[in-house]
Every structure is written in structure tokens, then in C-alpha cells.
Design a binder for this molecule. Structure first.
Ligand code: FAD
Length: 247
């Protein structure tokens, strides 16, 4: 959260570069473009159907979304683990309590003289009443004006109705005008699954203790953002700790 203090760190070659470099050093590099369609766990083995072929493993670690509520509202077809695994009753019961952020990102061009110095935080919009409004925007490099700025907004809060994508997009563009940074062009846009989490009642009921107690139960381990926090640092830290604990 240090970025809220305007202490924003960006990586010279982007964060994708970190993972591509890491991948080059792995004994078993990540296999890309591999959609897992089905997982069956039986007789101490895990059968994974990936790109139409069935492969056999001893264990599986899940880092993709465990559950995607209101998946019919998503255009990208993203589904949760409970939809393509032979999910057990306890998995379904616990994971169906997961919510996530509908995080909308626009990359826009504005007049260079209107650029934020580096990043702007619109605190007045970070309240439920202002859901779907521009919350954060920033530019990536301090020392050049030849770049897009990126805007961030959320479309769902607890029981409040989900704001449709187009409505949120229009609001953000209007907010940019209000902020004195009107966008002349939208270069790219992305509505993304972000920050899976559970609410206070689930915490109080020991959601994390219960899921931790299930680690390995079905030759399956659960990692990724939901088990740690919504950033790369803590997600990686959790995965590393999980592997040290069980493998
Ligand atoms: C817009 C945005 C900005 C962010 N900015 C920052 C930042 O500045 N700093 C920071 O530290 N963090 C940032 N984050 C958070 C960070 O990206 C996440 O915390 C991190 O990527 C979570 O890692 P993960 O492995 O849990 O999930 P992901 O990185 O989402 O990986 C899950 C993967 O599973 C794949 N998948 C899903 N279903 C299947 C399937 N059936 N078969 C095969 N693969 C599947 C997905 O394609 C995806 O690649 C940002 C996130 C977003 C969305």
C-alpha cells in the first residue's frame, strides 16, 4: 500500500519480465496456453485434462480462481476450480463464499501537459456511494511524457448491484474530464478478475483455518491470491512457504 503515499515503484521492463526471466531458470518451465478443462482425483492420483489430453500426476496445486461468483456476467468465460474439478462438498461449501473485485483498467491518451506528475488517488471516490468512479490513475515513467495513463475503477461492493462495464467506463472517462485530464483516445481496456476474498463472517467462522486444514486432503493444495493477499509479493511468498511446508 506504499503507493498511496505516492511512493510508487515500477519495474524498468515491466513485471512480466520478472516471470519470464524466472521461468528460464526453472527445471520444469511453465507450459503456456494450457487450459485445464477437467481434474479428477481418485485412487491417490490426479488426472488432469489439458488441451484435450489426460495427464496423470500425484498432487496438484491450484493457483487459478477457486470460485467465480456471477460468472455468467463475465465476457472472458472465466470459471472457478469448483466448476471443472470433481469438487468435494467441503471445497464447494468453503469456496462458494469467495467474492472478487471487478477491476476495470483503461489505458488512455491525454495531453502531456495534463499528465499527473506520477499518480493520482481520488480518495472521495473510494467509498461505496461512489462505486464505479475513477479511483486511481497514474503514468508509469516519471521522465517521459510519451506514454499512456492508466485508470482504475471497481464495479461491485458487497451486496450492492454490479455496475455494468460500459456504464463504469463512461463514468471514468467523465471523471477524467472533471479532473482536468480528458482522454483523447482509449488505447486499451481490460475488465479483470482481481483480489478474491471472503467477508468478515467467513473469517470469524475460521474460513482460513478450515482451508489450511484441507491442504493435501484430496492430493490438492490451494495457493494464489486468495490464500495470501492481492499483490505479487505476498502471493509468491505464500506459494514458496506452501512448497516448503508440504514438498
Ligand atoms: C489491474 C491489476 C493491477 C495490479 N497491480 C499490481 C501491482 O502493481 N503490484 C502487485 O504486486 N500486484 C498487482 N496486482 C495483483 C497481482 O497481479 C496478483 O496479486 C497476482 O497476479 C496474483 O497471482 P495469482 O497466481 O494468484 O493469480 P493470477 O496471476 O491471476 O494467475 C492465475 C492464472 O490462472 C490461469 N487460469 C485460470 N483458469 C485456468 C484454467 N482452467 N487452466 C489453466 N490456467 C488457468 C489464468 O489465466 C492466470 O494466468 C494487480 C492486479 C491487477 C488485476
Amino acid at each position: 500500500m506504499n503507493f498511496v503515499k505516492i511512493n510508487l515503484w515500477t519495474w524498468k521492463n515491466g513485471t512480466q519480465f520478472i516471470w519470464e526471466s524466472l521461468n528460464e531458470h526453472l527445471k520444469n518451465p511453465a507450459r503456456l496456453n494450457s487450459t485445464i478443462e477437467k481434474v479428477v482425483r481418485k485412487d491417490g492420483k490426479v488426472y488432469v485434462t489439458v488441451n484435450g489430453e489426460v495427464e496423470e500426476y500425484d498432487k496438484i496445486i491450484v493457483t487459478s480462481p477457486l470460485y467465480v461468483p456471477c460468472k455468467e456476467n463475465r465476457d472472458d468465460g472465466l470459471i472457478g476450480m469448483v466448476d471443472y474439478f470433481d469438487a468435494r462438498t467441503d471445497e464447494k461449501k468453503l469456496f462458494s463464499q469467495i467474492e472478487y473485485e471487478r477491476y476495470d483498467v483503461l489505458a488512455v491518451e491525454t495531453k502531456p501537459q495534463d499528465h499527473p506528475e506520477i499518480s493520482y488517488y481520488v480518495f472521495d471516490n473510494m467509498i461505496p456511494k461512489r462505486l464505479g468512479h475513477l479511483m486511481v490513475y497514474y503514468r508509469r515513467w516519471r521522465d517521459t511524457v510519451d506514454q499512456v495513463i492508466t485508470t482504475y475503477a471497481l464495479r461491485k461492493h458487497k451486496k450492492m448491484e454490479e455496475i455494468p462495464y460500459e456504464k463504469c467506463r463512461a463514468r471514468v472517462l467523465r471523471d477524467l474530464e472533471t479532473m482536468g485530464n480528458p482522454a483523447s483516445n482509449v488505447v486499451n481496456e481490460w475488465s479483470v478478475y482481481y483480489f478474491p476474498h471472503v467477508f468478515t463472517n467467513a473469517y470469524r467462522d475460521g474460513w482460513y483455518d478450515k482451508v489450511e486444514a484441507m491442504q493435501g486432503k484430496y492430493d490438492t493444495y490451494y495457493a494464489g491470491e486468495i490464500m495470501s493477499f492481492g499483490d505479487m509479493d505476498e502471493t509468491c511468498e505464500y506459494s514458496r512457504e506452501l512448497v516448503e511446508r508440504f514438498f
